[in-house]
Design a protein around this ligand. Sequence first.
Ligand SMILES: [Zn+2]
Length: 95
Amino acid sequence: MLSVGEIELKLRNKQHHLEALAEKLSESLKENHVDSGTAEKEAYSQQELQQVKHAILRIKQGAYSDCELCHGAIEATRLLALPYTALCCACASES
Ligand SMILES: [Zn+2]
């Protein structure tokens, strides 16, 4: 059974974690304490952060389990595995 409240809590924890991570990475970019992967990691954590924020917004709108492309239901198993996805299995495999 999919518990949206539980998922929201997980997403919020992830959001905090990613915000801290993104901040740390952009600090080290500023200070030039950079290994080759840091810029890439920073971009990735920013992107992931956007997805997490978007998912929390979708929960608030009551549209969390609606696919953004076909407007069908996103599979519960998929949401559990990938809590900030906005696409159902079929649409995700097409894009
Ligand atoms: Zn879809």
